[in-house]
Design a protein around this ligand. Structure first.
Ligand code: C5P
Length: 226
């Protein structure tokens, strides 16, 4: 049965099992520090302090299971998989039986304003799945064999996390055998009837990928703290 209204819990799954190979660091990016605090800890705190989030599950690699369990004793901590999709699947297996809504978040995105969580949860009254999205501000092109073509920027969106779903929709997408890089793509591929929507994301929910992203976020934190 889809959208089982007898279940009430909202569960955040933070995927943190990546190796962060694009940042030249021995330590995966989610364990690097921003103003003395681990990147992962920021999103854990955002979800834990949100009044509508009941449970936080962190998915991490085997090497960091003990570290993450010690740092976040109030969260369930489970082992990740080969791909992001496998890691999300492992998180889904660990959800409490009461879970009604899942919010899948990248640990590499430390800053999630609570208004984004609010908007996602409110939109799930209308949609089966929602994700934060931003309009690109730069011109966009697509490379082709013999050159490039300009894309209509107004029709493009940058998709962020948390990507949020009624749990049964996400579970059936994972059972479908399809593969995708994010949950919106996976649900879309596996269920043509799924009602998927987007809410306005926040620029500060950027994914830490390069050293300059860390520098930008630290500067941003200075401005909001002062
Ligand atoms: O590599 P990328 O930045 O796209 O990863 C997005 C998120 O998925 C990161 O937070 C990363 O830790 C997580 N991930 C995971 N398991 C994997 C690969 C990525 O939890 N096998």
């Amino acid at each position: 049965m889809l959208n089982d209204m007898t279940k009430t819990n909202n569960t955040a799954i933070i995927v943190a099992a990546g190796s962060g190979s694009r940042l030249a660091s021995e330590t995966p990016k989610q364990y690097l520090k921003l103003k003395g605090v681990e990147i992962l800890a920021y999103s854990v705190q955002s979800f834990r302090s949100h009044p509508e989030i009941d449970e936080v599950i962190i998915v991490t690699s085997e090497n960091f299971l003990e570290h993450v369990s010690n740092q976040h004793p109030e969260c369930k901590v489970v082992k990740g998989g080969e791909t992001r999709q496998d890691s999300v699947f492992n998180g889904l297996q660990a959800c409490s039986p009461d879970t009604h809504v899942i919010l899948v978040h990248d640990a590499a995105r430390p800053l999630i304003p609570s208004r984004v969580i609010d908007r996602c949860l409110a939109s799930l009254e209308t949609y089966d799945g929602v994700a934060p999205a931003l309009k690109p501000v730069d011109s966009m092109i697509q490379l082709e064999d013999t050159g490039f073509k300009n894309l209509q920027r107004d029709n493009l969106r940058i998709i962020q996390t948390p990507q949020c779903f009624h749990i049964d929709i996400l579970r059936s997408a994972h059972a479908s055998g399809k593969i995708d890089t994010d949950e919106m793509g996976l649900v879309k591929q596996s269920n043509a009837q799924a009602r998927l929507g987007f809410i306005e994301g926040a620029p500060e929910t950027m994914k830490v990928t390069r050293q300059i992203d860390l520098d930008i976020i630290e500067k941003y934190l200075d401005t909001v703290e002062n």
